[in-house]
Design a protein around this ligand. Structure first.
Ligand SMILES: [Zn+2]
Length: 243
């Protein structure tokens, strides 16, 4: 019993990455061994996953940041992001360990929710927030791209790759004011799409919305396009800025 506890502690803290890459059948949140019938997340962790309710995330402070932009017609998130919570662990594993099975699982759940609430009914295509090519090369993948591909297959909505381009890396945002965060990200992005966008409805996808600075910068690049409509979709979102 004691040995099992020590073993779990060592595994979770020091060998997480190795375990995930060698043994894909461990829970993506707590790291326990999964039974055959469990997919990526153990039963105990699944019970702790609180799927976000539209009335809550639409009333959040973070949503109000976006709704001041006239292009934004909808926001949808799968989970509320809270510091040190289950979703933080889930997003961390999603971001830093290339877990395609987890992307597939979350993407399918998310697609079901999106289709049920009909938020995507007149959407023309789906795009993602960009990652700097150097960062993608270092990491070897972009987890949001994988997620976009799953959502595209599940919803039947076209995924337009490289719509936004990251031309510079932005500084770490945690100690900056909201205005500084926005200014910091603002000049690092470019629109990389030459077709007419007037009257189009696009979905911008991110994995987690914390300060909202990157998405606000994406919206800023679209602000002069007449009648464009944007729906923001993210796996998780901070409801009130805690950074
Ligand atoms: Zn678990």
């Amino acid at each position: 019993m004691v040995f099992t506890k020590i073993f779990k502690l060592i595994r979770n803290h020091f060998f997480n990455k190795i375990f995930y890459s060698i043994f894909p059948s461990f829970c993506s949140i707590c790291g326990v061994f999964l039974e055959d019938f469990q997919q990526e997340i153990c039963t105990a962790c699944r019970h702790q996953l609180d799927v976000a309710k539209p009335r809550d995330f639409l009333a959040s402070n973070t949503s109000s940041l976006f709704f001041t932009n006239k292009q934004v017609v909808g926001i949808h998130v799968l989970f509320r992001f809270e510091k040190f919570g289950v979703i933080q662990k889930l997003i961390h594993n999603f971001k830093y360990y290339e877990n395609k099975k987890l992307s597939l699982l979350l993407g399918k759940w998310h697609a079901q929710q999106l289709l049920q609430c009909k938020i995507l009914d007149d959407v023309d295509f789906l795009v993602i927030v960009p990652m700097h090519p150097r960062k993608k090369k270092q990491r070897g993948y972009n987890q949001v791209e994988t997620y976009a591909e799953v959502l595209s297959v599940e919803t039947g909505i076209f995924y337009q790759k490289n719509f936004f381009k990251k031309i510079k890396t932005s500084k770490t945002q945690s100690r900056q004011s909201k205005k500084d965060r926005f200014e910091n990200v603002k000049n690092t992005l470019q629109l990389n799409y030459s077709e007419p966008l007037q009257g189009k409805h696009i979905v911008i996808l991110d994995d987690v919305i914390t300060t909202g600075a990157t998405l606000l910068s994406c919206l800023d690049l679209l602000k002069t396009i007449p009648d464009i409509k944007v729906t923001l979709v993210s796996i998780a979102m901070v409801y009130d800025d805690f950074l």
